[in-house]
Design a protein around this ligand. Structure first.
Ligand SMILES: [Zn+2]
Length: 260
């Protein structure tokens, strides 16, 4: 895109951001309805408190929340901050993916991946479950993209998903309750997109950030040593970082090993 005038490049980024906001607004529906076994298509969105059917201008990503000052127009109930947060998160991550991969099949692959990470990570955070109905089709998508995108390759995708699956299987058997099957299926899905090397990096990043957060929570005494923190959100963040900066991080890491 080096030949386009600046303002055009800005326009493209803004369009990608708005596209992310719209997908984020759809992800909000997924995050709320999938754990409750509701259809994500029907019925149309309603206020969960007063049950009033929402109009189009109640559902403009980000803007409606700001204009309505975070309250339902009809009953005044506070709207969860999670809604604008997810919209913004999708918008900003889509821009980061676009900056990295440009207009290509890779862009499509990694925004699908990012959407799977946001929805699964937040469902795990709020409900403590990883829905098979999201991660199993996601796993198949990961393998399919690897065939068509050509870069990762199907073998690499299979290595990634089996490495993650085997790793979590061992952890589940050893920890007896610390990790669940949801971590295994979510991990395998991530592996199918990322391939072998970036899967290892994701595990490293997720465990380090998870351990530090757990430690911080114990220190500020919000959690006892026995309370569990869902691991899904850490996997989500780690996998996103690996998908964008993974090979750069590995390069720096290997360089560091050589000089020490
Ligand atoms: Zn209401």
């Amino acid at each position: 895109m080096g030949y386009l005038p600046n303002f055009l490049i800005w326009m493209i980024y803004i369009v990608v951001f708005i596209f992310g906001l719209i997908i984020g607004s759809f992800l909000n529906v997924v995050i709320y309805r999938v754990p409750r076994n509701q259809s994500i298509i029907n019925p149309p969105s309603r206020c969960p408190k007063c049950n009033t059917k929402l109009k189009w201008d109640d559902m403009i990503p980000l803007l409606s929340y700001i204009i309505l000052k975070g309250k339902c127009r009809y009953c005044g109930t506070k709207i969860s901050f999670q809604y604008p947060l997810v919209e913004f998160l999708a918008g900003i991550t889509f821009v980061i993916v676009f900056q990295k991969f440009g207009w290509s099949l890779q862009f499509l692959k990694w925004i699908v991946f990012t959407s799977l990470l946001i929805s699964t990570g937040l469902i795990d955070l709020s409900e403590g479950i990883v829905p098979d109905i999201i991660v199993l089709p996601g796993l198949i998508l990961g393998v399919l993209f690897s065939i068509f995108s050509g870069k990762t390759g199907m073998l690499e995708s299979i290595y990634g998903l089996t490495t993650m699956g085997a790793f979590f299987l061992i952890v589940i058997l050893l920890s007896r309750g610390g990790m669940g099957w949801g971590d295994l299926t979510f991990g395998a899905m991530i592996g199918s997109f990322l391939g072998f090397q970036l899967s290892l990096l994701t595990l490293l990043l997720a465990f380090v950030s998870g351990a530090l957060t757990g430690l911080a929570a114990i220190i500020i005494k919000k959690k006892g040593r026995k309370d569990t923190i869902p691991f899904g959100p850490f996997l989500s963040i780690a996998a996103f970082v690996a998908s964008i900066y993974g090979f750069e991080i590995l390069k720096i890491y290997l360089k560091f090993l050589h000089f020490s």
